[in-house]
Ligand binder design. Sequence first.
Ligand SMILES: [Zn+2]
Length: 260
Amino acid sequence: MASSFSLRKGMSRILDGIMKYRQTLRPLLLEEFQKVATGPSPEGLLLTCVDSRVVASRITQAVPGQLFIVRNPGNLVPNHNCFRNNVTVGGECAALELACSINKAQVIVVIGHSDCKAMNLLYSIRDDLKSPSKGPLEDWLRVHGRGTIEQFKKLESTTCFERKLIFAGAQHYEDDFEAYIDPYNQFKPSDKFSQVNALEQLKNFLSYPFLKDRLNRNELEVHALWTDISKGEVYMFSFQEKTFVKIDETSYKTLALECI
Ligand SMILES: [Zn+2]
């Protein structure tokens, strides 16, 4: 089976994967599963893109029971206004309540990534929002990605994307925060757009009454990560450095100081 594993596709490959997991990973994780079988106490929620290349639990080395994971195209956080008066229901809102109100998760992390197909699409239609939408993905992006477009337009109004952006409060008592996007100009414009998008989502957590109280009491923190999927590198937005910083052996200790 091992030699043919990568040749198989679809459900056959999923089935093969489960057999491989039984034989290799399950024995190692069994103790972890038993520990959390009756009383998990997840510590955080990751909100990431549906993209198949973003392996959030792998890059964080999460163990069973540690993290909730919510995924949607473009790792967008709908503003709570969308759910007022029970006109609309949404998985993101319900997941935030489950993780951070019913359970007491201590951290929410938005994870963006390079070559995001959802962000690439929003980037491509950023000057043409009045045209009819071509499908539900465009609808989703148009409704929840407007803030990202507005921020990015400020950035691209400068010749080398060097402008400092101001994002609305995310934590720390609702203070606005500043950000320089890709100051070393390593990434293409659509990836800069994706980084702007990850930061723009943070303000929306404060729109949820059940999150706002906990954020203002410093019981909950929010962060943004961004992963370069072609290199397998993960960046953390540093509120101190005001930019995404690659997480490595040099930066780790300083970045850890920014965590409650
Ligand atoms: Zn994506």
